[in-house]
Ligand binder design. Structure first.
Ligand code: MG
Length: 262
């Protein structure tokens, strides 16, 4: 099931994607409330996808947790940039929820950075309060999955040592276009394109630390709340974004997250 958050006629709603009743295109079946708290009751209203504006499918209630260096080929390309070997345990950092934007919204390049880079990533959306959850139960706390871009001011990341500023600018966490509640992620392709050209390509089977391990590990440190988001790391091929670019993160079975850069 694919769930979108959208704006239509000035109102914000959630909906489930469905084939149009006339057989042409996609429609949204409007939900009565936020599915994270209100379940999947529908209002009966159907809207055509082209008549709405998609928003970030979730607004993280408290935090975006991120995992660094979780694909071996990306660890190699960063060896001389932010250092070292693949971490034995997941390397966690946070992005503020003010960094989140939706599909189609612009990534705004900060004046104080000279090198902003894309990092296409698979994101998990937490569905239930999770604290100290064992790995074998961890995925039960995940509501669904979406595409994310862990936009990073690489020069500030190197300069600061700490990553909070470099990863935390407003607009540096595009999410969307939808939450897929039941994707097949054993070996899904994840691709990042800039202006249509492939920059990053990987498969979820290449994750060093598994999705379940990441949720379990993060929940040892933080209470994860419904609506919190976890970014799971990026494959090799990170590179610069400049004004006028269009960056896309596509994950097989979920969709394409597309954002302009200015
Ligand atoms: Mg990243």
């Amino acid at each position: 099931m694919k769930i979108a958050r959208f704006q239509a006629e000035g109102e914000i709603s959630f909906g489930i994607l469905d084939s149009a009743e006339d057989g042409r295109g996609i429609e949204l079946v409007e939900l009565a409330g936020d599915p994270l708290v209100a379940g999947f009751d529908t209002t009966g209203r159907r809207l055509r996808l082209e008549d709405v504006r998609l928003l970030a499918p979730v607004l993280p209630r408290s935090k975006v947790v991120c995992v660094g260096k979780n694909y071996a080929d990306h660890v190699e390309e960063m060896r001389g940039v932010t250092g070292g070997d693949a971490p034995q345990e997941p390397l966690l950092f946070l992005k503020p929820n003010t960094s989140v934007i939706g599909p189609g919204e612009a990534v705004v390049l900060p004046a104080i950075s000279e090198r902003v880079e894309h990092e296409g990533e698979l994101a998990m959306v937490i569905g239930a309060i999770a604290k100290d959850v064992p790995e074998e139960d961890a995925l039960k706390f995940v509501f669904g999955f979406t595409c994310a871009n862990d936009v990073s001011a690489r020069d500030l990341q190197i300069k600061d040592g700490q990553w909070a500023r470099a990863k935390g600018f407003d607009t540096f966490c595009p999410l969307g276009p939808v939450i897929e509640t039941d994707p097949d992620l054993d070996d899904a392709r994840i691709v990042t394109r800039v202006n249509g050209k492939v920059r990053q390509e990987g498969r979820t089977s290449q994750l060093i630390h598994s999705l379940a391990r990441i949720v379990s590990y993060a929940s040892q440190a933080f209470t994860l709340l419904p609506g919190d988001v976890i970014l799971t790391g990026t494959p090799a091929g990170v590179g610069p974004l400049v004004s006028g670019d269009t960056v896309e993160v596509e994950i097989e079975g979920i969709g394409i997250l597309r954002n302009p850069v200015r």
